[in-house]
Design a protein around this ligand. Structure first.
Ligand code: NOJ
Length: 718
């Protein structure tokens, strides 16, 4: 630090597009501001600390050699990238993986992604996204774990552990960055980059907990969000980045601004010009500026003028250097830059197997009337219809920058491989993704009529979700809807496979199909994983991490909504909390998912109905597999605070466990609960539980089960 010039210091606070290496071009606007040689000249001059979204060990090694050997102080570079749900091997989109209700699975896929990413010359991923998404119009829900706070916390923490591994200095440790801090998912009307006007309590109870959980899991960096929160842009929000994050939470890692977020303070109308934007972002607590170059261009003068405190500048620079040190870069700047390791790691059977397992564990069986599923591997004529049947361009979902596309296995290939008689399968597109095909519907109906069962592969094109992909209507494209309506009307039983980055509003033939499976974007092993579920090689065990509404117009729609003073009542239509056109009940609620077996729940049993202030309550339920095949059930614990000083949600998920149960077997599933899980942010901003009566459910979904009651006793009451 003592030897660094001002220019070298602000250099460490800059993160720029890695134009020196093959680059992920189309995920940010105007990335090609510099040429490869200009980037290397900056490295040589010690004017850049981090490069992002380039890939490759050999070229990374060359850039690192320039930093270490040719820059004056030899400070190593950090190489960052968006590795969200896989590197070469692609796992399901995080939302899909959330449906597994298996955080340990997310830890393992993040670990595999880290192994592949660090082999390809990366140290740092801009993941996990832990934005809570309660409005399905918003396209970036695909990157998170759905609408629920607890899922957001446990999946975020699991991914941090997976990316980083046990030892940050290890060759395969990938630094994690929970994002987007904060409340990015709260965008008004689900329109990406829009304002977030939110109560301080909802901010604290819904949007902030996943970040806290990630920090507790070891996250050392956060990325600030693009949006404003109640009028103050997150990336220049001193309360958020300093008062809360550093003073209240004691975070000592660093905060990187999202891509040009400091520059965007001008467009927000929050900063006058570049210098003002730099001042506002930096003094609020944003350590690293991504791509705008504002810190490089304006911080030195701001420090010289005494507008920015030199000590604050030094503190940020120190955070960057410390991070590099914690990764071991000062001892071994060439860690994670070994071309031989890159070649050896390029394809791992174990990662493909994990991708297949993760994918089938993410498929939610929403409906299975008449037990149309599982299908038979022989003796059944199957028509595979729909634009996703042979599609290879919509397998991975959003934010896959470096996937090995040649290795992806599409749906038709996976199905064919699973059949004993491959001739039993006929394939017909029926329509394009967005446009009708001439004669397509007629051909599809003929194929359906000639088959015993139809597998109808529909969905959103993958570019409908991800950044800047907001939708006004969360339905299937009309051409596909018309196809589904006609095929279902053919009378042959139809199994709909949906590909999607959000909850969809299902209509007509899709809604009426005999069976429906939510398949998200499943990644490299889409075909084999889907075949595993379709033919019963894997008994589906996933549950919805979000609510499927009745209609697009219900958004934002989520199960844990606060209670209304005029709740909807069956049969009462006027002056009630209801829509004119449809019921409030979800079409498929949060937590819902079927299996090829059935589970019966006993009544929940509580160790006590009087939970003392510092005590623990055990809630237990007997779950019986009443079918004839083994299955996995997700037992969900919900609570509801009956009377409180702020209106409380109708139910909130507080714990869950996935358990394997053999046919005819009964298992006891027990959970411990204490008052910390009952706490919420009150009217005076106090975070505490309130004594009084609670309902508790141990149930297979957010709308199922019978409640039992307990009472939380006040402090000192026995
Ligand atoms: C903008 C996105 O919001 C963020 O998630 C991503 O990490 C950066 N671009 C860098 O690509």
């Amino acid at each position: 630090m003592a030897r660094m010039t001002m220019e070298e210091k602000v250099g460490q606070l800059g993160c720029f597009a890695d134009m020196h290496r093959p680059f992920a071009a189309d995920v940010n606007p105007e990335v090609a501001a510099q040429s490869a040689s200009e980037v290397l000249a900056e490295v040589r001059a010690g004017r850049v600390g981090t490069l992002f979204n380039g890939v490759g060990a050999a070229l990374g090694r060359e850039a690192q050699r320039i930093a270490v050997e040719e820059s004056r102080l030899g400070i190593p570079l950090l190489f960052a990238a968006d590795v969200i749900h896989g590197m070469r091997t692609v796992f399901p989109i995080p939302l899909g993986e959330g449906a597994s209700f298996e955080p340990e699975l997310a830890r393992r896929t993040a670990r595999a992604a880290a192994i592949e990413a660090t082999a390809a010359g990366l140290h740092w991923t801009f993941a996990p996204a832990v934005d809570i998404a309660r409005d399905q119009r918003w396209g970036r829900g695909a990157e998170g774990s759905g609408e629920d706070v607890l899922l957001g916390c446990v999946f975020g923490a699991a991914r941090v552990r997976g990316f980083q591994g046990d030892d940050l200095r290890a060759e395969d440790a990938l630094l994690a960055t929970p994002k987007h801090f904060a409340a990015y998912g709260g965008a008004a009307a689900g329109l990406d980059y829009s304002q977030v006007d939110i109560s301080a309590q909802t901010l604290r109870d819904v949007h902030l907990p996943p970040f806290r959980a990630c920090i507790e899991a070891g996250a050392l960096t956060l990325m600030s969000a693009f949006n404003d929160i109640n009028g103050i842009p997150a990336s220049a929000n001193r309360w958020l980045l300093t008062d809360l994050l550093r003073t209240e939470w004691g975070f000592d890692g660093l905060v990187i601004g999202d891509y040009t977020a400091d520059m965007e303070l001008i467009a927000h109308g929050y900063a006058e010009d570049e210098r003002d934007a730099t001042r506002l972002a930096f003094t609020a607590g944003l350590d690293i500026s991504m791509q705008s170059g504002f810190y490089r261009d304006h911080l030195p003068a701001l420090v010289a003028a005494g507008v920015v405190d030199r000590a604050q500048l030094d503190a940020s620079v120190r955070r960057v250097l410390e991070l590099k040190d914690r990764l071991g870069l000062f001892d071994n700047p060439y860690r994670s830059l070994d071309p031989q390791r890159e070649a050896d790691t390029s394809h791992r059977e174990a990662h493909e197997a994990l991708a297949r397992d993760a994918a089938r564990r993410s498929i939610v069986l929403l409906k299975n009337d008449g037990d149309v599923l599982p299908l038979r591997r022989a003796g059944q004529r199957i028509a595979l219809i729909g634009p996703m049947a042979e599609d290879r361009d919509n397998l991975e979902g959003c934010w896959v920058l470096f996937g090995e596309r040649e290795r992806y296995v599409d749906l038709v290939t996976g199905l064919r491989a699973a059949l004993e008689d491959a001739d039993a399968l006929t394939v017909c597109a029926g329509s394009g993704l967005e446009e009708a095909l001439p004669g397509g519907i007629d051909a599809a109906v003929a194929a359906a009529r000639a088959a015993d069962v139809v597998v109808l592969a529909l969905g959103e094109p993958q570019r409908y979700s991800g950044e800047a992909q907001s939708r006004v209507s969360i339905t299937l494209p009309p051409a596909q809807q018309a196809l589904a309506d006609a095929v279902v009307a053919s009378g042959t039983p139809v199994v709909v496979l949906l590909r999607h980055g959000r909850a969809l509003a299902l209509e007509g033939g899709v809604r009426d199909a005999a069976a429906i499976a939510a398949c998200w974007f499943l990644g490299s092993q889409t075909g084999p994983a889907t075949a595993d579920v379709l033919f019963g090689g894997y008994n589906p065990s996933a549950r919805l991490p979000l609510s499927f509404p009745q209609h697009s117009g219900q958004q934002p729609y989520f199960y844990a909504h606060p209670r209304s003073g005029r709740p909807e009542l069956p049969g009462v239509t006027e002056f009630k909390n209801r829509w004119r056109e449809c019921t409030n009940a979800a079409l498929y609620p949060f937590g819902h998912g079927l299996s090829y077996t059935t589970f019966d729940y006993g009544a929940p049993r509580l160790s006590t109905s009087r939970l003392t202030w510092d005590g623990t309550l055990t809630a237990t339920v007997a779950v019986t597999n009443t079918g004839s095949v083994a299955g996995e059930e997700v037992v969900q614990l919900y609570v509801h605070d009956r009377v409180a000083s702020r209106v409380r949600p109708v139910r909130e998920l507080k714990d869950f466990r996935k358990v394997a149960i053999g046919p005819g077997e009964t298992v006891e599933v027990g959970f411990e609960l204490d008052r910390r899980q009952l706490a919420f942010t009150g009217p005076e901003m106090q975070s505490e539980a309130e004594p009084g009566a609670f309902d508790l459910w141990l149930a297979p979904s957010s709308v199922a089960g019978e409640a039992v009651q307990f009472e939380l006793l006040g402090p000192g009451v026995e």
